[in-house]
Ligand binder design. Structure first.
Ligand code: GLU
Length: 460
């Protein structure tokens, strides 16, 4: 029987009240966790249409359960620096949701890391991982350790100490960490070595982002950046556009940014800017990627050094200004909240047609609103940057099968996954009355997979 409009209106109000009550409780319980509140607000508000249409989600108390991590672990990480001084950092692992698979998500080493940051990242990860179509739950971890300026030996001692505690909680079938900001191939290598040593066995699938020689997957390093561009390709296609001859700004110069730049350039774009935490470089002739790769991946230097080798380029201190550079496509690949309302307005005024988020939550809620109102194609992080974790799941699959696929095979699977994430997000957005809102679509598509699995598994 068709539902009357009065019933629909009543259900909408009920769904809104439910969302508000869950959100208020989250804020009341942990009033200082502002980043987590932001992620919860963004996701919960966009779920109202699906809750109104399927009120059984409310009866099953899905949202109350979803916002509460299954387990949160914090631990002491003592280590000794090169001067022989004892240092103590804090370690975290938030095992958020295992409804559809073992917890999966990166480790972030950055001085800003606290429980709020890890919870926001872990919460996003639940839906992101569901969107990939792979059997992986959501988790995240890290430490307030700052790898910047530390020697290799210090990084090794720190990561070994970190793993000496973390190993108790992870495993190929329970929780599979990977990299994030401040955690790359070097850190994963040291952590894998320490895990193997403690466990006394070769459990290749316990970490992803491993080196190719010891169980890593080809194309994992490239996956987040490439995936972010593949997602943008799908969005642009919907308006008959492409990267060819476009001007692109990519923030950051870490693993995500470098491979977003590479793919955008391969597709015929001119990438004119990128950044690090000190500031940004602008090169109107197009960023020379081999220089950025060498500076960042090999020499671990600051991006400002780029201008000494490329006199046509300029360096500007501070990061916000990067969004005042005119561009057709913006790929924020640095960190959370790097595009605020003003930056979003500047981009829109400059004629930006697409934003694809390579970082996690790089746009504030107000910025997203500006993009939606201006009909800018907006690829939300949990969809646009899911390529990294998707290929991590492919790495786990290869480890289980004890074989490795070629670069081309993995890249083809990545492209298919990004296309499918785009299509699923679009379909969910269309089905819930806001066809241009891929953020809502991605949230709903990811949510339904997780919520349906939680319901059939009982009150867990
Ligand atoms: N840190 C990445 C993310 O935010 C990758 C996680 C993983 O590969 O497990 O999705």
């Amino acid at each position: 029987m068709p539902i009357s409009s009065a019933v629909i209106a009543e259900r909408q109000t009920e769904a809104e009240q439910y969302v508000r009550s869950v959100y208020d409780k989250v804020v009341r319980r942990d009033p200082n966790e502002v980043e987590f509140h932001q992620a919860v607000k963004e996701i919960l508000e966009s779920l109202v249409p699906v809750l109104a249409r399927h009120p059984h989600y409310i009866q099953h108390g899905i949202l109350e359960r979803l916002v509460e991590p299954e387990r949160m672990i914090t631990f002491r990480v003592p280590w000794m620096n090169d001067a022989g001084e004892v240092k103590v950092n804090r370690g975290f692992r938030v095992q958020f949701n295992s409804a559809i698979g073992p917890y999966k998500g990166g480790l972030r080493f950055h001085p800003s890391v606290n429980l709020s940051i890890i919870k926001f990242l872990g919460f996003e990860q639940i839906l992101k991982n569901a969107l990939t179509g792979q059997p992986i739950g959501g988790g995240k971890g890290g430490s307030d350790f700052d790898p910047k300026g530390k020697s290799d030996a210090e990084v090794m001692r720190f990561t070994q100490s970190f793993m000496t505690e973390l190993y108790k909680y992870i495993g190929p079938d329970t929780d599979v960490p990977a990299g994030d900001i401040g955690v790359g191939a070097r850190e994963i290598g040291y952590m894998f070595g320490q895990y193997k040593r403690i466990r006394g066995g070769y459990e290749a699938g316990v970490l992803t982002g491993k080196g190719i020689g010891y169980g890593g997957s080809l194309a994992r390093k490239e996956a987040t950046g490439y995936g972010c561009v593949y997602f943008a390709v799908e969005m642009l296609k919907s308006r008959g556009l492409s990267f060819q001859d476009s001007t692109v700004v990519v923030s950051g110069s870490g693993n995500v940014s470098i491979y977003a730049i590479e793919k955008a350039q391969q597709l015929g774009a001119t990438v004119v800017a990128c950044s690090d935490s000190n500031g940004y470089i602008y090169d109107p002739n197009g960023i020379h990627l081999p220089t950025v790769k060498r500076l960042k991946e090999v020499e671990r230097k600051r991006i400002s050094e780029y201008v000494t080798e490329h006199p046509g380029a300029t360096f500007t201190e501070g990061c916000e200004g990067i969004w005042s550079i005119q561009c057709d496509i913006a790929l924020p690949c640095a960190t959370q909240n790097e595009i605020d309302e003003d930056a979003a307005r500047t981009l829109v005024a400059g004629g930006t047609i697409a934003v694809s988020e390579g970082a996690n939550m790089p746009s504030t809620l107000e910025a997203i609103d500006v993009f939606h109102k201006a009909k800018v194609l907006f690829g939300p992080a949990k969809a646009a940057n899911a390529g990294g974790v998707a290929v991590s799941a492919l790495e786990m699959a290869q480890n289980n099968m004890r074989l490795s696929w070629t670069f081309e095979e993995v890249d083809a699977k990545l492209q298919a996954i990004m296309r499918s994430i785009y299509n699923e997000s679009l379909r969910a957005a269309q089905a819930h009355g806001d066809p241009d809102n891929l953020l809502m679509g991605a949230n709903i598509a990811g949510f339904m997979k997780v919520a349906d699995s939680m319901i059939v598994q009982g009150v867990i």
